[in-house]
Design a protein around this ligand. Structure first.
Ligand SMILES: CC(C)(COP(=O)(O)OP(=O)(O)OC[C@H]1O[C@@H](n2cnc3c(N)ncnc32)[C@H](O)[C@@H]1OP(=O)(O)O)[C@@H](O)C(=O)NCCC(=O)NCCS
Length: 146
């Protein structure tokens, strides 16, 4: 993986009155689901969803490990609702566990309907990464900054 760029603060997207709200945290990935990522019925492919989650979790892991990581496992993956063409997709990564060389993040993918603004958590999973060196060998995760 390459070093992540610091994401620009995304513009606030209002939620529908009475609807669920997005997490308070900043999303690591935010983008719109396009037709080329969907089946003929307008539902986005699960593989595309997983790729966005891997990018978001990987970016968080690279930042925490201060360098290269490799995805080693995805656990407790659940697709709770479909992502539809045109949805605004936001992906969050929350630190779950830091081991000697491994880092586990709970990654959540949320959608917002563009017209209604309704927010929905559609997918979550535990992504485990291993900090690796230039020879792809595991290396210890450094202590947190600060
Ligand atoms: C990442 C990799 C270098 C780790 O090598 P390894 O020989 O498995 O290393 P280890 O057995 O020492 O395990 C390293 C850490 O990963 C953890 N780990 C390994 N497999 C795991 C799994 N399936 N689930 C959760 N953690 C796992 C270990 O517990 C260990 O954690 P710790 O140091 O915090 O205690 C190697 O597995 C690899 O190259 N995998 C392919 C990665 C890749 O290409 N990913 C992209 C897929 S497209």
């Amino acid at each position: 993986m390459t070093e992540p760029t610091v994401p620009a603060k995304p513009a606030a997207i209002p939620s529908a009155p009475g609807g669920a709200s997005l997490p308070e945290a900043q999303p690591i990935v935010r983008l719109v689901a396009f037709p080329q990522d969907a089946n003929p019925y307008g539902d986005i492919f699960g593989g595309w969803v997983l790729a966005q989650m891997d990018v978001a979790g990987g970016s968080a892991a690279i930042r925490r490990a201060r360098g290269r990581v490799a995805t080693v496992a995805v656990d407790r993956l659940s697709f709770k609702a479909p992502v539809r063409v045109g949805d605004i997709v936001s992906v969050y990564a929350f630190e779950e566990r830091i081991g000697r060389t491994s880092l586990t993040f709970r990654v959540e993918l949320w959608t917002q309907n563009r017209e209604l603004g309704t927010a929905l958590k559609v997918t979550e999973a535990l992504f485990t990464f291993v900090a690796i060196d230039d020879n792809r060998q595991p290396r210890p995760v450094p202590p947190p900054e600060g």
